[in-house]
Write a protein that binds this ligand. Structure first.
Ligand code: SF4
Length: 533
């Protein structure tokens, strides 16, 4: 978005942004008018995403060249030149136009590729041919924002050639460059309504918007400003587990701050129009303990009663063979992602907790590491039939199933682990067992309750992980230094050991786990009794 001769100039990105977040349009408009300064924060992954996007687009264009298409490439042209060159190439009937410059009125954009289609029965203003828009996208699933952007380019192309393109196409990675095609007419009405809403938002005084958290926040350059504003407002989005719907309802009831929610009388003094009353009691109690932790300056937690049998009752009796598993994976490497580091903590002969790991920086190594892990589990299982595999969240079991399917190996072993209910998700158990004064029930937050201290500070570990992941995403032969690998290994080891701490650690405040484990020795768990391994 930019202001030129008093007119706001809009692009396809502005349209997609408007769909993601109205507040973003508002901030961009104020920036364009010079009312606020440029944000100084940028997601460190964006540059890598851009490079991967360019690489994907380059590969697609190479595939067009390989088919013998005559291509007009305008990648190096500035906006005005690209616009004129695009119109000239369209009139000359070029088979493909790369980085086509399109602009009409206050709207402008650069389409990845315009592809020529023959129009024998229905000529365009150009002749017996016309153009359809192709966009190269990295996302595995096509999003509404992508369709909107393509509609936007198709609309501009329609204006030039005097004929609406019939289809718009998305090229996703690793699908042999076969396009995913959508009919423009199926989305045109929706596109026009979003476009009108955006035009209104920038023409008239924008409505008073609020930075409600949305998915786009993760990559948005305004994140720092919006997060700061929410913090100053003690916003309800900081209450762990409070849904957007609940927050809306609470605001309608005059409760818009965490502190207000924490002090709401019980029983809840209103009948919610949406959602169950119990849900509001739950988040009210969550806000209360968060406020308590904040005002007293110390970590607070309280045990929940385990009526559902989903909390501490799910924690199996400890076994000397127990395994604490953590995988480091990157979903954007190659086709289907890569689990690049397999780590486990387990107790050795001398009774101390040890750590073992396998790196997998390419496909064949991933298979080897997966087989190594399975063999190690079954070797321990032969000595400790009561062992469990502890993990935090659903990632690890899902990755194990994915690897089994990818390599068609160790199927029987994985089946036995799953049927024997040998995976124990500590995240579910923690969430169902206790209420804690934290904004989210992540491993990193929960390990503080066990007094677990990491060997590597998280910012350093994250930087090293991102470095490795960017290398893996951008090059088939990543160049990794020993230092960076050591940091990630130590981070992985911390995650494995923290899982152990979350389930076992002695001393306050996790003695509840100890007490529970002692109790479980007398009452065999339902999971253990179902074991068929
Ligand atoms: S950070 Fe989130 S709320 Fe703020 S402008 Fe961006 S998308 Fe909207």
């Amino acid at each position: 978005m930019r202001l030129q001769y008093g007119t706001v100039r809009l692009s396809a990105t502005d349209l997609a942004n408007h769909l993601s977040c109205r507040h973003l349009t508002n901030l961009d408009l104020r920036l364009a008018k010079g009312e606020i300064p440029e944000p100084d924060w940028a997601n460190p992954h964006l540059r890598v995403l851009q490079l991967r996007g360019l690489e994907h687009e380059r590969s697609y264009i190479e595939s067009l060249r390989a088919k013998g298409l005559a291509i007009v490439d305008l990648s190096n042209e500035a906006e005005e030149q690209a616009k004129e060159a695009t119109w000239a190439a369209m009139k000359n009937g070029a088979q493909a136009i790369v980085q086509a410059g399109l602009a009409i009125g206050g709207w402008r954009g650069r389409a990845d590729v315009l592809l020529r289609v023959e129009q024998l029965g229905k000529p365009s203003r150009l002749g017996n041919w016309a153009y359809e828009v192709v966009d190269c996208k990295l996302a595995r699933e096509t999003k509404a924002e992508t369709i909107l952007q393509l509609c936007f380019y198709s609309d501009l192309v329609a204006d030039l050639q005097g004929l609406e393109p019939e289809f718009l196409h998305v090229i996703r990675p690793h699908v042999d460059f076969g396009p995913e095609s959508y009919r423009f007419s199926a989305f045109a009405a929706y596109y026009r309504s979003v476009r009108r809403a955006l035009q209104d938002a920038v023409t008239f005084d924008p409505a008073d918007t609020y930075p409600e958290p949305v998915d786009h926040c993760e990559v948005c350059r305004w994140w720092k400003e919006c997060d700061g504003r929410r913090r100053r407002d003690d916003h309800l989005s900081f209450v762990a587990g409070a849904s957007r719907l609940q927050r809306k309802e609470l605001t309608r009831q005059g409760v818009s701050r965490l502190e207000e929610l924490a002090k709401l009388p019980l029983p809840i003094p209103f009948k919610p129009a949406r959602g169950a009353r119990e849900g509001y009691v739950r988040i009210r109690e969550q806000a209360r303990i968060q406020l308590q932790s904040r005002t007293e300056g110390q970590l607070k937690f309280e045990l929940l009663s385990d009526d559902s049998g989903e909390g501490l009752c799910r924690l199996p009796s400890p076994s000397a063979g127990d395994i604490f598993l953590d995988l480091e994976g990157d979903p954007f490497v190659g086709e289907g992602g890569l689990e690049y580091l397999f780590g486990i903590a387990s107790t050795g002969e001398d009774g101390s907790l040890g750590y073992q790991r396998r790196w997998a920086l390419y496909r064949a190594a991933e298979r080897e590491a997966f087989e190594w892990l399975m063999d190690l589990v079954f070797e321990r299982l032969s000595r400790f039939p009561e062992l469990h595999i502890y993990h935090f969240g659903t990632y690890e079991p899902a990755a194990i199933k994915r690897l089994m399917l990818r390599y068609a190996t160790r199927e029987e072993e994985v089946d036995r682990l799953l049927r024997g209910e040998m995976f124990t998700d500590l995240h579910i158990i923690v969430k169902k067992s206790l209420r804690a004064g934290v904004e989210q029930y992540s491993l990193k937050e929960m390990e503080r309750f066990c007094g677990y201290e990491r060997a590597v500070p998280l910012p350093e570990a994250n930087q090293a992980r991102h470095f490795i992941e960017h290398q893996l995403e951008l090059t088939p032969s990543p160049r990794l230094t020993a230092e960076v690998c050591t940091v990630v290994e130590e981070y992985n080891q911390d995650d494995c050991r923290a899982r152990h701490a979350d389930s076992r650690r002695k001393g306050s405040p996790s003695t509840w786990v100890e007490r529970h484990i002692a109790k479980r020795r007398d009452h065999a768990s339902p999971a253990a009794s179902r074991r068929i391994v």
